[in-house]
Design a protein around this ligand. Structure first.
Ligand SMILES: Nc1ncnc2c1ncn2[C@@H]1O[C@H](COP(=O)(O)OP(=O)(O)O)[C@@H](O)[C@H]1O
Ligand SMILES: [Mg+2]
Length: 177
């Protein structure tokens, strides 16, 4: 099986073969399936991510979910290994963070047990729910704190592989869409 580093490199190269328009079209499909999931529809509190240009586009989805009255949370990178969670109420909350990701200002959200759904980006996923991230383990550390949340891996179709290399710290997804 390919090692994590090689697979990340392969996915980075694959991403460059698609135009912004192609990525956005693929995103629209993924987001439509995400928003149609019963676990998302029934969620009261949902942690998403605010996408970078090369990730499944979530900017409109977070606003839709806020408009539906859901409590929407986003991650904030606070150190080389840790992320905290903050509430997202609208675009005016966002500031550019340390990894160039837009992150909400505000106080940490710590009521972890109330998080119903976590939408998790990744570099690669397999059908068993295994996930490869960007290599810092942020989500592995965080997801260990929310064992009961429904974990949804999201990626472009070309990021799905027959198997993804994992080790003991890697937290599995409940579904990949
Ligand atoms: N729960 C955890 N506690 C401590 N270290 C962790 C934890 N999860 C992951 N790590 C460490 O973080 C680093 C990156 O993890 P890795 O799974 O390769 O990254 P990613 O999930 O971002 O692809 C590894 O050294 C891993 O051992
Ligand atoms: Mg990992």
């Amino acid at each position: 099986m390919m090692d994590k580093k090689s697979l990340r490199k392969q996915v980075r190269a694959l991403k460059k073969t698609f135009s912004a328009k192609e990525l956005r079209d693929m995103s629209d499909d993924v987001i439509a399936r995400l928003l149609a999931l019963p676990e998302v529809k029934s969620a009261r509190t949902i942690l998403l991510y605010y996408s970078l240009d090369d990730e499944v586009f979530t900017h409109d989805a977070v606003d839709e979910l806020v408009a539906e009255g859901k409590e929407v949370l986003l991650p904030v990178v606070v150190s080389d290994s840790e992320m905290e969670i903050r509430r997202y109420n609208g675009p005016e909350d966002l500031r550019r963070g340390s990894l160039n990701i837009m992150e909400p200002v505000g106080t940490p959200f710590t009521d972890y047990q109330s998080i119903d759904v976590v939408v998790v980006p990744g570099m690669a996923f397999d059908a068993d729910g295994n996930r490869l991230g960007r290599g810092k383990g942020y989500y592995d550390r965080f997801l260990a704190l929310v064992p009961d949340a429904y974990k949804i891996g999201v990626c472009f179709p070309f990021q799905k592989f027959p198997t993804v290399p994992v080790d003991d710290n890697d937290v599995k997804m409940d579904i990949i869409i």
